[in-house]
Design a protein around this ligand. Structure first.
Ligand code: SAM
Length: 416
């Protein structure tokens, strides 16, 4: 059941739909099988390049797309996830037979290929799935070949589960403290079953994603606008620090997640469903966190489908939107106030370059470099600080601890 569900998810990705957008398509399966199908599909995409090397070693020509995906699923299940070959091969042959006349004809080939693939030596040494050229090109230019290889290796390793604790909450048993203040659980976990979930003691948030709110240093009683706020990880941090938070997002549906998260954690914020570009508060905020919409190319560890469903189109429009959002946010900020701009992107045009340009457009605007002596901003590696004074985080950082999402963030101060 889970394998058939995983194959359906992968085919959805081939048609351009993300895995998360398809989660409803598994509703007919028991919950545990839904989770298994989702994991199988994600791991198959994550390791597709390596699976193809193995398959190519045993076929004369690449099979039809659907059959190739059945083979990839089985290869990844055997060689990456360690499932016993006999069960996987039998299930893959059965799955192939359900794929119409082409499947019936291919069942023998699938059986023969997978029997050999199960005994493949050298899986661990195969190069990770490369990023598509539209993304790889700009990233090699920005970071160089060696870093690109390290980033691809980090994508292959996937992501652990990071938690941000409410101040004073007890850590989740088995979680490790990270230098920057987040907590990390290695290995898969059912989030809602973890201790402290129902009590709202913590929320799921990648260690890198937790840093923009820390960089902003929210103070009790400050008026802070969280712009582009949903699903609300940063809103929760700002509210937990005692700030009066207004969370603005264009998507009412996504704002419902913010409402749920606030309620679970016993925190409050004013929620506004609006386009930030139309939003003008009556009282200018003391501080703003602008987590702008972006290519999300820093989150591929957790979204291995992203390279398959994007082709680089739309990034120029996103960059233009980020510029407009940044200018608008600065226009509503109180004089002397601070603004943290953040994107979960690896592309410098969505980070460092935006800041180079905003400083030219807004004379008097300054960058507040991260202060490494601040006790509420622990664990910042000086190597993360960029020339203009922002923080560039990459998936290959903290490789021995399980990596982090790619992110860019910077704290700006508006002239008084
Ligand atoms: C990167 S996500 C924000 C993540 C969020 N800050 C968090 O920490 O959970 C970007 C958000 O921007 C919102 N968005 C995109 N364009 C917007 C606009 N013009 N005005 C307001 N929100 C917008 C999207 O709906 C999406 O929820």
């Amino acid at each position: 059941m889970a394998r058939k569900g995983a194959l359906r998810l992968i085919q959805g990705v081939r048609d351009g739909r993300s895995l998360s957008d398809q989660s409803g398509s598994l509703r007919a399966l028991p919950v545990a099988e839904q989770a298994r199908a989702a994991r199988l599909a994600a791991e198959t995409l994550r390791h597709q390049g390596r699976a193809d090397v193995v398959i190519d070693a045993f076929v004369n020509r690449r099979p039809a797309p659907q059959i190739a995906d059945v083979l990839r699923l089985a290869v990844v299940e055997m060689l990456e996830l360690g499932a016993p070959a006999h069960g996987v091969v039998g299930a893959a042959v059965d799955l192939t037979r359900t794929l119409g006349a082409r499947g019936q004809a291919a069942a023998g080939m699938v059986n023969a290929v997978l029997r050999k693939a199960g005994a493949y030596q050298g899986w661990a040494d195969l190069a990770p799935q490369p990023l598509p050229e539209w993304l790889r090109g700009p990233l090699v230019e920005a970071y160089g070949d060696a870093v690109m290889t390290a980033i691809e290796a980090a994508h292959q390793r996937g992501a652990p589960l990071d938690l941000t604790m409410k101040p004073g909450a007890d850590p989740v048993p088995g979680a490790d403290a990270l230098p920057t203040g987040s907590w990390r659980l290695q290995g898969p976990a059912q989030v809602t079953a973890l201790p402290g979930f129902d009590e709202g003691q913590w929320w799921v948030q990648d260690a890198a994603a937790a840093l923009p709110a820390r960089l902003l240093a929210p103070q009790p009683g400050e008026r802070i606008a969280d712009l582009c706020a949903a699903p609300g990880g940063k809103t929760l941090q700002l509210a937990a620090a005692g700030a009066h938070v207004t969370a603005v997002d264009i998507s009412e549906q996504r704002l419902r997640r913010v409402t749920e998260n606030l309620a679970r954690c016993g925190l409050t914020a004013d929620l506004v469903a609006a386009d930030v570009l139309d939003w003008r508060p009556d009282v200018a905020p003391d501080a703003i966190l602008l987590d702008a919409p972006c290519s999300a190319t820093g989150t591929i560890r957790r979204h291995p489908d992203l390279p398959f469903i994007r082709d680089g189109h739309g990034i120029a429009e996103l960059i233009e939107l980020q510029t407009t959002l940044l200018d608008h946010a600065l226009s509503v900020l109180r004089p002397g106030g601070r603004l943290v701009y953040a994107t979960c992107s690896l592309i410098p045009d969505e980070g460092e370059v935006q800041i180079d340009e905003v400083l030219v457009r807004h004379p008097g605007l300054i960058v507040e470099r991260p202060d490494l002596s601040r006790i509420d901003l622990p664990g910042i590696d000086p190597a993360w600080i960029t020339e203009e004074g922002g923080l560039r985080l990459r998936p290959d950082y903290w490789a021995d601890r399980g990596g982090m999402d790619g992110f860019y963030m910077v704290c700006l101060r508006k002239p008084g």
